[in-house]
Every structure is written in structure tokens, then in C-alpha cells.
Write a protein that binds this ligand. Structure first.
Ligand code: CP
Length: 324
């Protein structure tokens, strides 16, 4: 269900954005337009947040069936700053806990004239399944799908890299951590492959090595120091314990930090102007040291800032695609 060949068309016949489920399948031009739109929503702190009335009269429902801070808060703020009515369903208080099926929840909210469903779920294929069961005027935005896809995270990562490196082509990008369970790595890899000729190096303990068929063209390293050498961009990922059944096979946090933690010594092996990224939530002194997370090369706060702009751009794109 999670393979892109089964995905409902993300673009409509006119090339507008109908749903956003994966970055794979989108063109370089289309992603560039989304990133440019997101850039137009970036403001300086003194100016206050960007606002737009484009979603006035529209309703956005945030359905997060997995925990979230950044994605949920930024989708909510993005929709509100674009003048939408916003519904945040408290999943633990919803009737799914009384046995109602996911589709009955969707049909119930659709009857209340929801225009956009923002969906996070631990199971692969759920966002696409919803697209196949909603009315034609409804859009579905994937806000994190199992270990498969997190397209708005991929877009905000691309925007952050473009902002700092002024290109999305010819870069060396090193991603360190639990790649096997990472939707963030999947979406970033898809985006980087679309946007240019980039070298992607994936680093993890062998037990967290991904299926490399999912990362065409990427190289796998167990040796973090070799992988970081001369990188333009270094991304640290947390170990996703919630997706790992056999936790006894994992090394301790102290061991992990010694072997794979992003420390100042390790960052020094990258290019002097390399940027350090982390999608959050962050475990300090496990996958990344405090001084690196807060250091001069860290762009982690920019990622969060850009996340809001990217989500505004995606909401704008699906709304404009529906305008008569
Ligand atoms: N990066 C990310 O998806 O963070 P949240 O889980 O807090 O949304």
C-alpha cells in the first residue's frame, strides 16, 4: 500500500496539487515553486508572522494519530495564519477509542465540510487510503506516515539547505542515525534526488541499516568519521524506539553517543561551512551533543521556522488548485 505506484494522483489534470503524500513523483520545477512560495511567507521576527486570507471559508482538520509537536503546531498555525477554520481532533478523546473505524471518522468530519485533512499515522498507506475514500474536493496532506514518508519535513529540509547553501545541486549530504525507521531520511532522499545531482551518505549501526533499494544512488557507512568527511550538510536523527520491537538489541545511549553521536570533533571533519540539521524531537547527548545542537553550524531552529512557511505554501497550493 505504501509503494508510490499505488498512490492516488497527487496532481490534478491541470498540474495543481491535489494531495501531498510523497515527494517522489513531483518535478524539480514543482518543488522549486513550493519552496519559492514558502520563502514568500518568511518574515523577520520584528515584522510578525506572515498572514494570508487565501483559506478564508475553508476548514482544515488536523488528525494526528501519533505524537507530534513541530508538525502539528506548525500546520495549525499555518492554517490559522491563512484564515482557515481549524479543527484539531484530540485523537485520545475521539470516537476511534470507542471502536469507530478510521473511515467513519473521516466520513463524519467530511460531513462537516472539512476541505483539508492533515494526517499523521503509524501505519503505512493510511494517507493514501484516505485519499481513495474522500470526496473529490477534499485534499489529504501527509504529516508523517510510519517509516515511509514525511513530505513537508522533506520540503522544509530542502528549503533550509537551499537557504544556507544557495543550491540544491552538487551537495554532499550525510545522514546519521536510525535510517531504517526514518520517514525523514526517506523524504529528504527523495527530495535531494529530484532537485539535483547530490551525494547522499547514510550512516548507522548495522542493525539500523535501511533497505538500500529504498535509497537508489546513496552509499551506506558504518564509520561515522568517514561519512562526515567533507560533507556540506550533516543531519542527525534520533533512534525511533517506538518503531523497534526488539529494544534489547539496541546499544545504550552512552554507547550510541560514543559511536554515532554528532560531536564537535566529528562536525570538524565536515566542510568548514557545513550546516548541522536535526528534524526533532532531539535527544541531547545521544545522537547530538548540546554544543553541536546549539552551535554556530546548527540550523535546527531555521528548520522549525521554515516548517511553518512550507506548510503555508502547501495549504496555499492545494487551495489554489481548487479555485474555480
Ligand atoms: N520532525 C517532526 O516531525 O517533529 P514532530 O514529531 O514533533 O512533529
Amino acid at each position: 500500500m505504501s509503494d508510490s505506484s499505488n498512490l492516488t494522483a497527487q496532481l490534478d489534470e491541470a498540474g495543481g496539487l491535489r494531495h501531498l503524500l510523497r515527494l517522489k513523483g513531483l518535478s524539480r520545477e514543482f518543488i522549486s515553486i513550493l519552496l519559492d512560495r514558502a520563502e514568500s511567507y518568511q518574515t523577520k521576527v520584528a515584522e510578525g508572522p506572515a498572514r494570508d486570507k487565501l483559506l478564508k471559508g475553508r476548514t482544515v482538520a488536523n488528525l494526528f494519530f501519533e505524537p507530534s509537536t513541530r508538525t502539528r503546531a506548525s500546520f495549525e498555525l499555518a492554517a490559522k495564519r491563512m484564515s482557515a477554520d481549524v479543527l484539531n481532533l484530540d485523537v485520545n478523546m475521539s470516537s476511534r477509542t470507542k471502536g469507530e473505524s478510521l473511515l467513519d471518522t473521516i466520513y463524519t468530519l467530511q460531513a462537516m465540510q472539512v476541505d483539508v485533512f492533515v494526517v499523521r499515522d503509524a501505519s503505512a498507506g493510511i494517507p493514501d487510503y484516505i485519499t481513495q475514500n474522500t470526496m473529490p474536493q477534499v485534499s489529504v496532506l501527509n504529516a508523517g506516515e510510519a517509516d515511509v514518508s514525511h513530505p513537508t519535513q522533506g520540503l522544509l529540509d530542502l528549503l533550509t539547505i537551499r537557504e544556507h547553501k544557495h543550491t540544491l545541486d552538487g551537495l554532499n549530504v550525510t545522514v546519521i542515525g536510525d535510517i531504517a525507521h526514518s520517514r525523514v531520511a526517506r523524504s529528504l532522499a527523495e527530495g535531494l534526488a529530484i532537485m539535483g545531482d547530490n551525494e547522499l551518505r547514510l550512516v548507522s549501526p548495522i542493525g539500523l541499516k535501511p533497505d538500500m533499494d529504498l535509497y537508489p544512488g546513496a552509499s551506506f557507512y558504518e564509520d561515522i568519521d568517514a561519512a562526515i568527511k567533507d560533507a556540506d550538510v550533516v543531519v542527525a536523527l534520533r533512534i525511533q524506539r517506538e518503531r523497534i520491537k526488539e529494544k534489547s538489541s539496541l546499544m545504550t545511549s552512552v554507547e550510541y553517543h560514543q559511536l554515532y553521536g554528532l560531536t564537535e570533533e566529528r562536525v570538524a571533519r565536515a566542510k568548514p561551512d557545513a550546516i548541522v540539521m536535526h528534524p526533532g524531537p532531539m535527544n541531547r547527548d545521544v545522537e547530538i551533543s548540546g554544543p553541536v545542537a546549539d552551535g554556530p553550524q546548527s540550523v535546527i531552529t531555521d528548520q522549525v521556522h521554515n516548517g511553518l512557511a512550507v506548510r503555508m505554501a502547501v495549504l496555499a497550493a492545494v487551495t489554489e488548485a481548487r479555485l474555480p
